[in-house]
Design a protein around this ligand. Structure first.
Ligand SMILES: [Zn+2]
Length: 222
């Protein structure tokens, strides 16, 4: 699949998504090579930025997904997810069933095993790590919040190291910082509306604005 650049950078170093841009030449630049960008918003291809000049190679790389923000599978293949869910169910049934499930643990690749399970040295009990519980959806909200913050910090740390070693373009760190800020600034809302005929409807979503502002907009939309 072709990858298209979806983020442009302004003179001040702020990032802007293609969705918020008008079609045509704007004031944004490629985050990787500083070439001026043209917003291409046609009907056939997904909206994207085109270089007003030669397209640089770096911009052809996909902007990575952020685990647990875009999806809860954390880049694990479906077999692992399914096996993990089986294990979780077995664990909630009885120690015997779980014992049986554990005997198939060798199906997990080593790295996955280390990330998803921890073993108590004294009791030899196997428990699911917070990462596994994030996939399973069984981590309480506070624990998830902590896990998410650690994960985001780790991503920055890893990127910084790669940039220091010269294996990654600096712009990847700036892009990551921009996206993480957007995540951390977003608020989750649950709105309840009562219509004129007394029906009640609910809406769940997230917004970068104040929820009150969002509420006004959605009321207009109804
Ligand atoms: Zn470029």
């Amino acid at each position: 699949m072709a990858v298209y650049l979806s983020l442009g950078k302004d003179k001040q170093g702020n990032f802007h998504h293609i969705d918020d841009q008008k079609s045509g030449r704007g004031t944004l630049f490629c985050p990787f090579c500083d070439c001026p960008l043209i917003a291409a918003k046609g009907r056939v291809k997904a909206a994207h930025f085109r270089h007003d000049g030669e397209t640089c190679n770096e911009s052809l790389n996909e902007i990575p997904q952020i685990p647990a923000w875009h999806h809860f599978h954390l880049n694990y293949p479906l077999e692992i997810i399914d096996a993990l869910k089986d294990g979780y169910q077995a664990d909630s049934k009885s120690p015997n069933v779980f014992q049986h499930w554990k005997s198939g643990l060798h199906r997990f690749p080593r790295a996955a095993k280390e990330e998803l399970f921890s073993r108590d040295d004294w009791t030899d009990n196997l428990t699911f790590t917070d990462t596994a519980r994030t996939i399973l959806g069984s981590l309480p909200l506070l624990g998830f919040s902590q896990w998410m913050r650690n994960t985001l910090q780790m991503r920055v740390h890893t990127l910084r190291e790669a940039i220091d070693q010269g294996t990654k373009h600096r712009a990847w760190l700036e892009i990551e910082a921009h996206r993480q800020q957007a995540i951390l600034k977003a608020s989750l809302y649950l709105f309840e509306y009562q219509l004129a005929d007394k029906t009640v409807i609910h809406k769940v979503g997230r917004t970068a604005r104040a929820p009150e502002q969002r509420l006004k907009k959605t009321v207009l939309g109804l």
